[in-house]
Design a protein around this ligand. Structure first.
Ligand code: UDX
Ligand code: UDX
Length: 482
């Protein structure tokens, strides 16, 4: 824990205790013991979970997070449902609520729904006292800060009887953390971006970061550049994944090997070696949503060619996920109806319990549509979450086994927390998340129990082909042409 000396800011409130707000404030609290952090959320259930004595029950799973919660909670870090009171007492407020893609109305399917952000701004406007710096942490479409400013501005300009009018500065400070490595990313960010008009407010927020981030990494921009930079960073990263996944299909068709191609292009300094792993398609709460936002904005500003360019990144991702489910069906003789298939991994990547936009959702839905019986395993994601994602209900069948089914799909699925007990009569094993546990599977043991000819589908390139082939199993690996 480091110490600092920020006179101005003594009390920070963060609205939204989710995957971004929770870890961000925990790392802030660890690095700034002289500031008190109050994380509030409309979900009482979530706040209770953050306050749970049993640290394995925190609502967000991130390596190293439980240790920090143990150190800071109750000292300078508090999780609370008292939103209004904590807004009123705060010197600085972070808005870290979710901004889902709009389902209806103008921009449906693409634009972000700002209803929660607007609601927060109104709450802040109503309850804040004195001067408050409002920091936009959620990823938002460009020019959202303007909405926040307008709502806050109305309060600022309105006549109040007590003449105790609050005043506001609005900053954009997008978060670049990656789930699964959030603690490290927050402690050692590549950069911190602060956009805003008030130099004084920017300096105050910079001072807080300087408690643990070197000054040269703190970039100041105008507010719109900051908002657009966040969308662009996610769009570029997602574009890399779609690019490499598109080439993986070509590798399979031509006999090249995607791992070799990635290594070869990654040694070019201009390209760089990171984010070149072909997989089952990108997931997570941000990539798709942010690109669709970019698409919407481009169309809105009369740039259809720009919109089409970015939309193709999402289209490639969708196509790629269907491609994987189609080839599973093909390899299993064109039908998987009633066949038992073991799915390894449901989270959108390893080391997180987050399933939002996980490739596993679409691939499992495709396989269920073909009538398969899936047995799904994930070391962290629980069956309730999978049931929500696959829109299914549980039924207890005559062997007292819980089976899940949906009216939308012919097949059904069950959950297992012990993969070793599920190899019997399995036609195929499909690896969808790169959890370490899956690298340790004894393929020779599992082969003896599987239904032959049995297939292993490795969409994450994590297993050694020689071990699988020696065990008399068929193997498909992403981007591996034969
Ligand atoms: C993610 C992204 O990381 C973020 O950048 C994006 O803009 C939205 O989605 P995340 O923290 O992952 O944010 O979202 P989530 O885990 O859903 O957490 C948001 C929290 O805000 C929820 O716990 C929700 O209950 C809370 N919330 C929402 C409020 O407290 N008040 C509201 O008015 C609305
Ligand atoms: C992303 C951004 O990286 C982060 O900066 C931003 O703040 C939020 O969105 P996140 O969604 O947590 O972070 O995970 P990330 O590691 O970027 O992975 C996104 C998806 O791409 C995952 O499904 C992952 O499996 C996939 N991926 C990533 C690949 O398929 N190959 C890669 O080489 C890297």
């Amino acid at each position: 824990m480091k110490t600092g000396n920020n006179n101005e800011i003594r009390r920070i409130c963060c609205i939204g205790a989710g995957y971004v707000g929770g870890p961000t404030m925990i790392v802030f609290a660890d690095n700034c013991p002289h500031i008190n952090f109050y994380v509030v959320d409309i979900s009482k259930e979530k706040i209770d979970a953050w306050n749970n004595e049993d640290l394995s029950k925190l609502p967000v799973y991130e390596p190293g997070l439980d240790k920090l919660v143990r150190e800071c909670r109750g000292k300078n870090l508090f999780f609370s449902s008292e939103i209004e009171k904590n807004i009123a007492k705060a010197d600085m407020i972070f808005i870290s609520v979710n901004t889902p893609t709009k389902k209806k109305g103008i921009g449906a399917g693409k634009a972000s729904n700002l209803i929660y952000v607007e609601a927060c701004a109104r709450q802040v406007a109503k309850h804040a006292k004195n001067h408050t710096i409002v920091v936009e942490k959620s990823t938002l479409p460009v020019r959202t800060a303007e909405v926040i400013k307008k709502i806050l501005g109305e309060t600022q300009n309105s006549v109040t009887i007590n003449s105790c009018k609050p005043t506001f500065d609005v900053l954009s400070n997008p978060e670049f953390l990656s789930e699964g490595s959030a603690v490290k990313d927050l402690n050692e960010p590549d950069r911190v971006l602060i956009g805003g008009e008030s130099k004084e407010a920017i300096d105050i927020l910079s001072e807080i970061y300087k408690n643990w981030v070197p000054e040269y990494k703190i970039l100041h921009t105008n507010i719109w550049s900051s908002e657009l930079a966040k969308l662009t960073a996610n769009a570029f990263l997602a574009q890399r994944i779609s690019s490499i996944n598109s080439i993986s299909a070509l590798c399979e068709a031509t006999g090249a090997n995607i791992a070799e191609v990635s290594r070869a292009i990654g040694t070019d300094n201009r390209i760089g070696s990171k984010f070149l792993d072909s997989g089952p398609g990108f997931g997570g709460s941000c990539f798709k949503k942010d690109i669709l936002n970019l698409v919407y904005l481009s169309k809105h500003f009369g740039l259809p060619e720009v919109a089409n360019f970015w939309e193709s990144v999402v289209e490639m991702n969708n196509w790629h996920q269907h491609r994987i489910s189609r080839l599973i069906v093909q390899k299993l003789f064109g039908t998987i109806s009633g066949k038992k298939i073991l799915i390894l991994g449901f989270a959108f990547k390893a080391n997180t319990n987050d399933t939002r936009e996980s490739a596993a959702i679409q691939i499992c839905k495709d396989l269920l549509e073909e009538g398969a019986h899936l047995v799904i395993h994930d070391p962290i994601v629980n069956s309730n979450q999978i049931a929500i994602d696959l829109e299914s209900n549980s039924i207890v069948n005559k062997n007292k086994k819980v089976i899940y089914k949906s009216d939308n799909y012919e097949g059904n699925w069950s959950y297992t927390d012990d993969i070793n007990s599920e190899f019997v009569n399995t036609h195929a094993i499909v690896i969808l998340t790169e959890w370490e546990d899956y690298k340790k599977i004894e393929w020779s043991n599992c082969s003896k129990l599987m239904k032959k000819p049995a297939w292993i589908f490795d969409s994450r390139l994590i297993i050694k082909p020689s071990e699988v082939l020696a065990a008399d199993l068929n193997l498909w690996q992403i981007g591996y042409g034969t």
